[in-house]
Design a protein around this ligand. Sequence first.
Ligand SMILES: Nc1nc2c(c(=O)[nH]1)N[C@@H](CN(C=O)c1ccc(C(=O)N[C@@H](CCC(=O)O)C(=O)O)cc1)CN2
Ligand code: GAR
Length: 211
Amino acid sequence: MTPKILVLISGNGSNLQALINAKEQGQLKAEISLVISSSSKAFGIERARKHNIPVRVHELKSYYQGIPKEEKAKRAEKRNDFDQDLVKIILSEKPDLVVCAGWMLILGEKFLQPLQEKNISIINLHPSLPGAFEGINAIERSYNAGQNGEITKGGIMIHRVILEVDRGQPLIVREIDVIKGETLESWEARIHSLEHQAIVDGTNKALDELK
Ligand SMILES: Nc1nc2c(c(=O)[nH]1)N[C@@H](CN(C=O)c1ccc(C(=O)N[C@@H](CCC(=O)O)C(=O)O)cc1)CN2
Ligand SMILES: NCC(=O)N[C@@H]1O[C@H](COP(=O)([O-])[O-])[C@@H](O)[C@H]1O
């Protein structure tokens, strides 16, 4: 039985495209059974649809409707509802593995706990080395650190997803050297190039570890 992966995206979807390409070239040990996007505007939706992969949009803003930013407790409640509804979608799909490929939302306990109980592994692609630049805008932050001489290497990792953001066990780590005077665009392109192979290798490695 071919394993099933479910891919979470929020934007361009170039890493989803890398998984789709790998599947079509026989280099991915799974089928992509569903793509879930946290934004209805994500270009990754088009990428999935072009390859007849089912898509669901699951947007946080629809949960926050009518709740002002100041009402933090109410928003936290709705955030839990968002996570719990996301779990329902995923459990109905029964994937072997969930791959966060540019999913730009922190996954809370209400999401992680039920998936752990069902033994569904979750991995994430993050554009920095373990222990550095957790969170968003990691590419720009690592670029600035490199150009300021604070780091000599950057890179990416595929890691297991735990509650602590970007602190899960790394499965794949790939490095690049800082080049002084390099443009942000060039740094970003080198990072993305690393990502597009690592997302496939990391997914295959996580699938192998399920056996
Ligand atoms: N519990 C976990 N959730 C997620 C992880 C993780 O390791 N543990 N990885 C992320 C992906 N990610 C970095 O790789 C990441 C994405 C988004 C954020 C974040 O701060 N999101 C904010 C919204 C940011 C914004 O849109 O301005 C939020 O969720 O409120 C941090 C890290 C996937 N989730
Ligand atoms: N913290 C998570 C994070 O920053 N993820 C990053 O989002 C981009 C998604 O690109 P894509 O939509 O083209 O695959 C990738 O660079 C990925 O590393």
